[in-house]
Design a protein around this ligand. Structure first.
Ligand code: NAP
Length: 332
């Protein structure tokens, strides 16, 4: 495929805008660019490589001649329009959860399972959940070294994970509270400013949220470990950008912290920042706008055998969504 015709569905959103940044920064070869969003945005323009590109309204006929369609407009839009894009001959890279668990849709993190893109009977490739990507960037090198058996994790998820509306809600609430005004939550079930909320996505019947179950099912699929045990608590925190995850991981083989740190040597997309005596550990502000996931606080678990505790942080709009999708397009 030479100089492909690219389409971005959801080009005005948090992830769509970051996709444009990633395409520019990585000098991705773009023959033509079609930017799609809702009727609300049609007629606006967006700047790409110094050119003003018009936003068009998404329709089923938007994909003629498109080689690669990057979808980031929510699961409902993907379910409705991705088949039209694939039928028109485009390879769809979808950021929503619509197709991730479909056995005929590869679920890909390029540093982990790049070969999976080859088998795509529906011409759809799924981008994993953002918290799952950040967590697996930390876990895969350890799995290769010690054999991953079980994971217990708690996430600290930024408001940009809810898109542009989440950022706005935190901004508005901080301003209102500073002025002594009351706040009325719209995006989140409770006040997010100066608070943390142990709910990301909707609750299911077993007490877990959908986000927490995505971590289980998507990790199994990406790592090819159908028996992997993973239990997660996903928490929204008043951070603008970058998700953090506290992980306890249990392995088949004995582990030690030094060997764990060494397991990251030479692994692309992940770096160890782990010198707690000198206050060197990753925080969300360190990763924002960057490509790498940062791992720190690596230590042997005091309670469980063959287990490590660690802390990983990654920019979920980039590596958790836009960058990962562009990396998949690069493989194509
Ligand atoms: N934010 C993250 O960190 C993150 C991470 C991983 C995955 N994702 C996934 O990526 C997707 C987009 O998330 P986001 O955070 O970028 O959301 P967002 O900021 O709310 O943007 C949503 C985008 O979808 C478009 N859209 C909404 N309704 C549409 C319609 N009827 N027809 C066409 N376009 C429509 C919007 O266009 P208008 O501007 O015209 O409304 C906008 O471009 C979601 O599936 C989300 O789960 C997000």
């Amino acid at each position: 495929m030479n100089q492909p015709h690219l389409a971005i569905v959801g080009a005005t959103g948090a992830v769509g805008a970051e996709m444009l940044v990633c395409l520019e920064q990585r000098n991705f070869p773009v023959g033509r660019l079609t930017l799609l969003a809702s009727a609300r945005s049609a007629g606006r323009t967006v700047s790409f490589r110094g050119e003003e590109i018009p936003i068009r309204e998404l329709t089923h006929d938007s994909f003629e001649g498109v080689d690669i369609a990057l979808f980031s407009a929510g699961g409902g839009i993907s379910k409705e329009y991705a088949p039209s894009a694939a039928a028109a001959g485009a390879v769809v890279i979808d950021n929503s959860s619509a197709f991730r668990i479909d056995p005929d849709v590869p679920l890909v993190v390029p540093e982990i399972n790049p070969g999976a893109v080859a088998r795509r009977p529906h011409n759809i490739i799924a981008n994993p959940n953002c918290t799952t990507i950040v967590s697996l960037m930390a876990l895969k090198p350890l799995h290769d070294a010690f054999g991953l058996r079980a994971v217990i994790a708690s996430s600290y998820q930024a408001v940009s994970g809810s898109g542009a509306q989440g950022i706005l809600e935190l901004e508005e609430q901080v301003r209102a509270l500073a002025n002594g005004d009351p706040v009325t939550p719209r995006v989140y079930p409770r006040q997010i400013a100066f608070n943390v909320i142990p709910q990301v996505d909707a609750f299911t019947d077993n007490g877990y949220t959908k986000e927490e179950l995505k971590m289980l099912h998507e990790s199994r699929k990406i790592l090819g470990l159908p028996e992997l045990k993973a239990s997660c608590t996903c928490v929204r925190v008043p951070v603008y950008r970058s998700h953090s995850v506290s992980i306890t991981a249990v392995f088949d083989k004995p582990v030690d912290a030094a060997a764990a740190r060494a397991a990251y040597n030479g692994r692309p997309g992940v770096k160890v920042v782990d010198d707690p005596q000198n206050q060197r550990f990753p925080v969300p502000l360190d990763t924002t706008g960057g490509d790498d996931c940062l791992v720190g606080r690596i230590r042997e678990n005091l309670v469980l055998d063959n287990a490590l505790d660690l802390w990983v942080v990654g920019d979920q709009v980039r590596k958790g969504a836009a960058l990962n999708a562009v990396q998949i397009a690069e493989i194509l």
